[in-house]
Structure formats: structure tokens, C-alpha cells
Design a binder for this molecule. Structure first.
Ligand code: SF4
Ligand code: SF4
Ligand code: SF4
Length: 255
């Protein structure tokens, strides 16, 4: 099994990974607004599957930046897969978590329970998220985000070597390893909460056994096809459906 090491200590927040993800997957631009931070967008959007968090803290009387490249973690225990009522989310032979757009009805339950607030429903009522660049990784090639990273913050390799590299790097810099069981493994210098790496589910009561009869109750994300988490983004989905030929057209064909 292959994994990706995200060494946050080497990330310069150039957002090359964010652009490469858009480019390889032919995802359109989405309109965003300045919110007082360089972090843009401040939440995942239907056509933004990779983003970088900007986190600043005072250390020794000076401001220090900490960055984290985020995407679907391809969890060892995927809450999204477990709750999907249509069986539209499954695991590939690579261990990645994927979605079947033919089966997806755009109910958004996956987006309510994901601890990383990753899945977003498009205007075509299809769940959208990182697919571990299946077309590349299934051929043994690194994901587009990894291939483009200029600082060496991202490494693709077999799980044994990635976990060994993560452990060695954490020891070297006095950091910790996060997400060993997932396909994306992180080396962090601060607590995970300082990177907004696992903000928790948007609707904690919506998991199995919670939030109403039979579980899965509670409100759906407001207009999930047009807004990101927090409702402060314009998705620009209208033009997006017509302007691109990759991910958007694929989901259109499926829907
Ligand atoms: S491409 Fe590499 S250095 Fe640039 S933001 Fe992404 S992870 Fe960080
Ligand atoms: S990060 Fe969220 S969307 Fe990705 S596998 Fe985990 S629960 Fe599912
Ligand atoms: S693995 Fe592929 S789809 Fe996922 S964030 Fe990286 S470039 Fe985007």
C-alpha cells in the first residue's frame, strides 16, 4: 500500500499543490472573498479538493507561521463511507476512499460526519472530494499534488518507508506523527488543532445512533452545492458545470 508523507515543517504555503490538484483534475476556479487571512479558501469547496491552512502564533516574541496542506485523509475508518445510505463510497485496492457518482444522490450525509469536513456536494448533486489521484496512483505514479511540491514537503511511497520517514523526521525536529493509519501521514511541530487539521464533524449528532430516528438526522448543510463549510464562499458552480472537461464533466455524465 502507498501513502503520502506531509512534512508540515517543510511547507512554504506556496499552494502549488492546490493549483496542481485543480489542474490535473480539471476543476474550475471558485469565487472566494478575502476574510482577513491569506488562507484561501478557508474551507473545502466542491471543486477545491486540496487547500492549505495558514496558522500564526507568537513564539519568542515573534510571529511564526505554520502551514498544513489538507485534503481527504483516506481514513482507515472512513465515517463518510460508513454513513452513506446509497453505498456510493467505497475503498479501492489502493486503500483510498472513492465515490461512485452513479450511486451518489447528493444527500450530503458524508459531509456532516467527516471529521475533516472534506466532502462537499456540487450543484449537480454529487459529492466531491480528493480521490487520491486514482488515475495516477493506480499506475504507480505520485498524486499531482506530491509531484508538484517544490519544497519537498510531500513524499509518495510504500507505507513502510513513509511511516519510517515520518517517525525519523518527527524525532529529528521534535515533532509528532499524525494519521499513521490513513493514506496521508503528517509530521507536525504543534498540536493538530493548531493546524486546523481535524476540526471535527460539521454535524456531530448525525452519525450512526445519533441525531434522530435511525441516526443520520439533523439539518443538512445549507445549500451545500453552492457553499463551503461556514457558508462564506461562493462556489461559482454555475459556470463550472460548463467550462471544464474533467471532474465536472465526469460527474455530469454520471448524474
Ligand atoms: S506545494 Fe508543497 S510547499 Fe507548496 S503549499 Fe503545497 S505542500 Fe506546501
Ligand atoms: S477524510 Fe472525510 S471524506 Fe476522507 S475518508 Fe476520511 S471521513 Fe471520508
Ligand atoms: S491526491 Fe490528487 S485529488 Fe487528492 S489532493 Fe492531491 S492532487 Fe488533489
Amino acid at each position: 500500500m502507498s501513502k503520502v508523507l506531509v512534512d508540515t515543517s517543510k511547507c512554504t504555503a506556496c499552494r502549488g499543490c492546490q493549483s496542481a490538484c485543480k489542474n490535473w483534475n480539471q476543476l474550475p476556479a471558485e469565487l472566494t472573498r478575502f476574510t482577513g487571512s491569506y488562507e484561501n479558501p478557508p474551507a473545502f469547496l466542491p471543486y477545491t479538493w486540496c487547500r492549505v491552512t495558514f496558522n500564526e502564533y507568537m513564539e519568542g516574541g515573534a510571529v511564526k507561521w505554520y502551514f498544513a496542506k489538507l485534503q481527504c485523509m483516506h481514513c482507515a475508518e472512513p465515517a463518510c463511507m460508513n454513513i452513506c445510505p446509497e453505498g456510493a463510497i467505497s475503498r479501492t485496492f489502493l486503500g483510498s476512499v472513492t465515490r461512485d457518482w452513479d450511486k451518489c444522490v447528493g444527500c450530503g450525509k458524508c459531509g456532516e460526519v467527516c471529521p475533516h469536513q472534506v466532502p462537499k456536494v456540487s450543484s449537480l448533486k454529487k459529492m466531491m472530494k480528493c480521490d487520491f489521484c486514482y488515475d495516477r496512483t493506480s499506475a504507480g505514479e505520485p498524486p499531482a499534488c506530491v509531484a508538484t511540491c517544490p519544497s519537498g514537503a510531500l513524499t509518495f511511497g510504500d507505507d513502510t518507508s513513509i511511516l519510517a520517514a515520518a517517525s525519523a523526521r518527527a524525532s529529528q525536529i521534535g515533532g509528532t506523527v499524525y494519521g499513521e493509519d490513513n493514506l496521508f501521514v503528517y509530521v507536525l511541530l504543534r498540536n493538530k488543532s493548531d493546524y486546523k487539521i481535524e476540526p471535527g464533524p460539521l454535524n456531530p449528532g448525525s452519525g450512526p445512533g445519533g441525531g434522530g430516528p435511525g441516526g443520520g438526522g439533523g439539518p443538512k448543510p445549507k445549500d451545500a452545492g453552492a457553499q463551503g463549510a461556514g457558508g462564506n464562499e461562493d462556489a461559482g458552480g454555475g459556470n463550472a458545470d460548463e467550462d471544464t472537461k474533467g471532474g465536472v464533466k465526469k460527474q455530469a455524465a454520471a448524474g
